[in-house]
Design a protein around this ligand. Structure first.
Ligand code: CO
Length: 161
């Protein structure tokens, strides 16, 4: 396992649409292990493959004490809308208010190519949408209805420390 470099806004790989995964073989498993480790080391709650420079449809996310891996994820149903704060490991220090669906159903595959489905609400639903956006080359700052001012960010980080 190895930590991978997290790509920052401005890196063209973050703007590219990813390709589907068709081979569920050891190289994919190694990438997933690295993505898990990289996400945890950066204290993130989600990570998409383009963020480590790989233009493939792969995401990992934290669901409380579990880590989910979803290959070729698709939102199959959605409901409601809620606006809340988001940040991104690829856009450090920036936070914005982003409207998202409140509830989503996501289908995809696991690391062995077996079909998986998730029903998510709250933070997990938000993280799914944020990470799936990365696979389409979309960063949260493009969806934000308001970006926090540096003063607001300072207040926010003081509160969470
Ligand atoms: Co992100």
């Amino acid at each position: 396992m190895a930590l991978r470099n997290i790509r920052r806004e401005g890196d063209p790989v973050l703007k590219k649409k990813t390709v589907s995964v068709t081979r569920f073989t050891p190289p994919l498993h190694r990438l997933l292990e690295d993505m898990r480790e990289t996400m945890l080391a950066a204290d993130g709650i989600g990570l998409a493959a383009p963020q480590v420079g790989i233009s493939k449809s792969i995401i990992v996310l934290r669901d409380e004490d579990k880590i989910l891996e979803v290959i070729n994820p698709q939102i199959t149903s959605s409901a409601g809308e809620i606006t809340a704060l988001e940040g991104c490991l690829s856009v450090p220090g920036i936070y914005g208010e982003v409207p998202r669906y409140a509830d989503v159903e996501v289908s995809g595959q696991d690391r062995w190519g077996e079909n998986v489905e998730y029903t998510a609400s709250g933070l997990l639903a938000r993280v799914f949408q944020h990470e799936i956006d990365h696979l389409r080359g979309i960063l949260f700052v493009e969806r934000a209805v308001r970006i926090l001012s540096p003063e607001e960010v300072k207040e926010l980080t003081n509160k969470t420390e």
